[in-house]
Design a protein. Structure first.
Length: 544
C-alpha cells in the first residue's frame, strides 16, 4: 500500500501553541502506524514562509521578512523534533524547489485553460500607497457579524473577499481603504463544481464530519471563481507574461506545498516520489477546521486542473482546542506555547493528553488540572505501574530470560483483536478512539493483574507464577507496539527494557526476550504545579 500524509503548513509568523499541535498530531500517529505495518509512506509538511501574515509581523517589528521566516521556521522544526514528529521532509515555502514547483503548477493551469484575466476592484490604502493583500483588510463578516479578515471568517468559516467586509480598515494603519481597479488572473473554480460533487459523493464518507458538512455547504452554495494573483511583497512570482510584478495568491500556493515537498524529498533522497500522487494512493490531509475548504475544494480542483489523480481520500480536520474553557488568543497571550511546555514536561505526556482529549468531533479543552491528572492517573498509574511491577516481579523471581512459546492461543487471539481494533480506528483517522480503546484494555489488564495476584502465586507455585508473569510480559510487549505510534519515546524505552527489537504492528510471536534493567517509564508530577501553571497563565495574559 502507498500512503501519502500531508500535515498543514503553519504560518511562520508566531510560535506554535497547543491548538496547532492538537490539529497536526494525528498525522504523525498515522505515519508511524503505517510504517510499523511496513507500508510505503511519505509524510511531509513545512513552514508557510510566504504571504501576508509574515509580512505583517515583519512590518510590526521593523525587520526583513526573511528574519521572521527564519526565526519561526527554526523554532517550528525544533518543536516538532522534540515532540517526535517523524516527517520524511519538513521544508519551507520560500525555498527554490517550492517556487519552481508552484510555478510549474501555475503554468500548467494556464496552459490547460483554467486561468483567465479579469479586471476587478480591490482595496487600496492611500496612506501606505499599496493594494492590500486580503489579510491586510479587516472588518465585519457580512454573514455572521463577527470580526473577520479579508480572506475568511474564522467564526463561521465563510470564505470571503475583502470587499465583502463591512467597516473595512487597513490592518497596518487602521484607516479605511479606498477601492481601485486592477487586473488579476482568476482560477475557473466554478468549472469543477460537478467533478467535486461527484468526488465528495464517492469519498466523503472517509472524511471527518465537519469536513464533509462544510464542503457540502460550499458546493450547495455554488463554487465561484477566485483570484490567483495578488500584489504581495513576498511569495512566488507569477510566471505568466504581463503579471510578473505579482505573486501567486497564497491560498493556491500553500496547498501546492504538499506536491512541491514530495518532489523535493524525491530529489534529495533519489527515490520515486511520483507514485505517491497516483490514483490508488491512500491520501490523508491533517489540519484544523479553518483549513477545510482549502483541502476539500481548492486543492482537489487544482489537482484536477493539472491532471494529478491522488485526491484527498481522508480529511482529518480537528475542531478547536480551547484553554481553560476559553478560546486561544495569541494576541492576548491566552495560550500555552508548545516550546515552553516541552521545557518542563515530557513529549509523550503531551502527545497522550492531546490525543486522548483530541477535538475530533467537537471542541475540546486543555486544562492544567486534567493534564496533570491524566499523566499521573493514566500514564503513570495505569500503564507505567503495570510495566514496572510486572518486570520487577519477573526479574526478581526468574531472571532476565522470557520465553513466549508457552503463551496460549487465547491470549494471542486477544492480542490480535486489540491490533485489529486500534489499527482500524487509526486508519479511519479517529486516533482518539484508538488510544482510548487501548487504555480501556490497559485498565482491564490491571484489574486482571490484581485479581490473579502474581506476587502470591510466585511464592506458592513457582512454575505457575512464571507462566502467569510471562503472560503479562507478553501483553506488555504487545502494548508497547500498540502505543508506539502515540508514545514513540516511551515505546522505544520500553522496547529497550524488554530487550525487544523495533516495534512492528501485530502480536508478538514465540519470541525469547532478555530483559534489561530500567527505571520507571513515568515520574509523578506534583499536583501543586496545577495552581502554579494556572497563575502563570493568568499573569502572562494580563501583560500580553
Amino acid at each position: 500500500m502507498t500512503v501519502f500524509i500531508g500535515g498543514a503548513w503553519p504560518y511562520a509568523n508566531g510560535s506554535l501553541h497547543l491548538g496547532h499541535i492538537a490539529a497536526l498530531l494525528p498525522g504523525d500517529i498515522l505515519a508511524r502506524y503505517y510504517r510499523m505495518r511496513g507500508e510505503d509512506v511519505l509524510y511531509v509538511s513545512g513552514s508557510d514562509c510566504n504571504g501576508t501574515p509574515i509580512g505583517i509581523r515583519a512590518s510590526q517589528e521593523g525587520v526583513p521578512v526573511e528574519e521572521i521566516a527564519d526565526r519561526f521556521h527554526r523554532e517550528f522544526k525544533e518543536t516538532f523534533d522534540s515532540l517526535g514528529f517523524s516527517y520524511d521532509l519538513y521544508t519551507r515555502t520560500d525555498k527554490q524547489p517550492h517556487h519552481e514547483a508552484v510555478q510549474e503548477i501555475f503554468r500548467t493551469l494556464h496552459r490547460n485553460g483554467w486561468l483567465y484575466e479579469k479586471e476587478v476592484e480591490q482595496a487600496y490604502c492611500e496612506v501606505d500607497q499599496r493594494f492590500l493583500p486580503d489579510r491586510f483588510v479587516e472588518g465585519i463578516c457580512p454573514v455572521c457579524g463577527a470580526k473577520a479578515r479579508g480572506d475568511q471568517c474564522d467564526h463561521c468559516s465563510t470564505v470571503l473577499d475583502p470587499l465583502d467586509l463591512k467597516d473595512r480598515t487597513c490592518k497596518l494603519c487602521q484607516t479605511e481603504p479606498v477601492i481601485k481597479s486592477t487586473t488579476h488572473l482568476y482560477f475557473a473554480l466554478s468549472e469543477f463544481q460537478d467533478a467535486l460533487e461527484e468526488w465528495v459523493k464517492d469519498h466523503g464518507g472517509d472524511w471527518r464530519e465537519n469536513a464533509l458538512n462544510l464542503t457540502q455547504r460550499y458546493l450547495n452554495e455554488g463554487l465561484h471563481d477566485r483570484a490567483v494573483t495578488r500584489d504581495l511583497e513576498n511569495g512566488v512570482a507569477v510566471p505568466i507574461q504581463g503579471f510578473e510584478d505579482k505573486k501567486v495568491y497564497v491560498w493556491i500556493e500553500a496547498v501546492s506545498g504538499y506536491y512541491s515537498a514530495s518532489k523535493e524529498w524525491g530529489v534529495e533522497t533519489g527515490k520515486d516520489w511520483k507514485h505517491f500522487w497516483e490514483e490508488d494512493t491512500h491520501t490523508y490531509y491533517v489540519h484544523g477546521k479553518d483549513n477545510i475548504p482549502f483541502h476539500t475544494i481548492i486543492w482537489p480542483a487544482v489537482m484536477k486542473g493539472i491532471g494529478v489523480e491522488a485526491l484527498p481520500h481522508h480529511v482529518v480536520s480537528n475542531e478547536y482546542l480551547t484553554l481553560e474553557k476559553k478560546k486561544f488568543s495569541t494576541s492576548g497571550n491566552w495560550a500555552v506555547w508548545a516550546r515552553d511546555l516541552l521545557d518542563r514536561y515530557e513529549p509523550d505526556s503531551l502527545r497522550y493528553f492531546l490525543t486522548i482529549n483530541a477535538p475530533e468531533k467537537r471542541d475540546a479543552d486543555f486544562s492544567w488540572r486534567e493534564f496533570i491528572h491524566s499523566h499521573n492517573g493514566e500514564l503513570l498509574g495505569a500503564f507505567g505501574n503495570l510495566v514496572q511491577r510486572t518486570l520487577k516481579f519477573y526479574r526478581k523471581a526468574y531472571g532476565e530470560k522470557v520465553d513466549f512459546t508457552t503463551v496460549g492461543k487465547g491470549l494471542r487471539e486477544e492480542a490480535q483483536r486489540q491490533f485489529d481494533l486500534a489499527g482500524g480506528r487509526i486508519e479511519e483517522g479517529t486516533t482518539r478512539e484508538a488510544l482510548d480503546g487501548i487504555f480501556t484494555y490497559i485498565r482491564g489488564i490491571n484489574k486482571r493483574f490484581d485479581e490473579s495476584k502474581p506476587w502470591v502465586v510466585v511464592k506458592e507455585d513457582e512454575d505457575r507464577g512464571k507462566e502467569l508473569l510471562t503472560e503479562f510480559i507478553y501483553i506488555i510487549t504487545n502494548l508497547r507496539a500498540l502505543l508506539t505510534p502515540f508514545l514513540p519515546e516511551k515505546g522505544e524505552e520500553l522496547g529497550r527494557q524488554l530487550g525487544s527489537g523495533s516495534a512492528i504492528w501485530g502480536p508478538v510471536g514465540s519470541d525469547v526476550l532478555h530483559l534489561q534493567e530500567g527505571g520507571p517509564l513515568f515520574e509523578r508530577i506534583d499536583p501543586s504545579v496545577i495552581e502554579e501553571e494556572v497563575e502563570k497563565l493568568i499573569a502572562e495574559s494580563s501583560n500580553p
